[in-house]
Design a protein around this ligand. Structure first.
Ligand code: PGA
Length: 251
């Protein structure tokens, strides 16, 4: 049995004041113990959030980490070792906003994945096709290529302590959610690709769906066989909405 997971990607949002408010409201939510919950604030607020969620079952992760595990001369980057040092458990790797707007290649994503694990963090590897690629019938090919790069470099065993998030780019922040069937098709293909390397590992990996998940559509998405939870952007900034999504994952 895979433990469902709901992750809130706060992206480049928040101020000290609004983060404090959001934490306060999250503390009032009824959160299901059966669901693993994590939030990914902007890097500068990670310590504030870690203090704020003290005593409740919410883990904290970073939205990105450097390509190298140690310390050194890399101005502006944050080492995964530093993220682990302050108390992060998770890190997003290869979010499409970074791949597309900041030019992160499959190779860079794979190095970030590796550096995260070398520092004791669990990566959430994000995969997904653009609208153009979907229209061209290339969805499975694109997602397979993105995953293959990390699988080839890091090996299947690396996925024993990683999570994969499928996030179709056209569904992110657009209000257009993939249908449960569209998402399930890709999730099943991802699991099948992992399974070709190791069936047992493939069965254990949690596959999250992301892209305009809301309280209103979460339950249906999470009812699909290979959807083990969600990576939530916009809706994770509203505690009530996020709490409801977490509860949907627990049912
Ligand atoms: P969204 O973002 O829920 O706002 O669509 C999801 C994500 O980018 O992780």
């Amino acid at each position: 049995m895979r433990r469902p997971m709901v992750a809130g990607n706060w992206k480049m949002n928040g101020t000290r004041a609004s983060v404090a408010e959001l934490i306060e409201s999250l503390r009032l939510q009824q959160l299901p113990a059966a669901v693993e919950i994590a939030v990914f604030p902007s890097c500068v607020y990670i310590s504030q959030v870690l203090d704020g969620v003290n005593g409740i079952e919410i883990a904290v992760g970073a939205q990105d980490g450097a390509t190298q595990a140690g310390f050194g001369a890399l101005t502006g980057e944050v080492s995964p070792a530093q993220l682990a040092d302050v108390g992060c458990k998770w890190v997003l790797v290869g979010h499409s906003e970074r791949r597309l707007l900041l030019g992160e290649s499959d190779e860079v994503v794979s190095r970030k994945f590796s550096a995260a694990q070398a520092s004791g963090l669990k990566p959430v590897l994000c995969l997904g096709e653009t609208l153009e690629e979907r229209r061209a019938g290339k969805t499975l090919e694109v997602v397979e290529r993105q995953l293959a790069r990390v699988l080839d470099d890091q090996g299947i065993a690396a996925f024993e302590s990683a999570v994969i998030a499928y996030e179709p780019v056209w569904a992110i922040g657009s209000g257009l959610t993939a249908t449960p069937q569209q998402a399930q098709e890709v999730h099943a293909a991802i699991r099948e690709q992992l399974s070709r390397r190791d069936r047992r590992v493939a069965e254990g990996v949690r596959l999250l769906y992301g892209g305009s998940v809301k309280a209103e559509n979460a339950a249906e998405l999470f009812s699909m066989a290979d959807i083990d939870g969600g990576l939530i952007g916009g809706a994770s900034l509203k505690a009530d909405e996020f709490g409801a999504i977490c509860r949907a994952a627990g049912n």
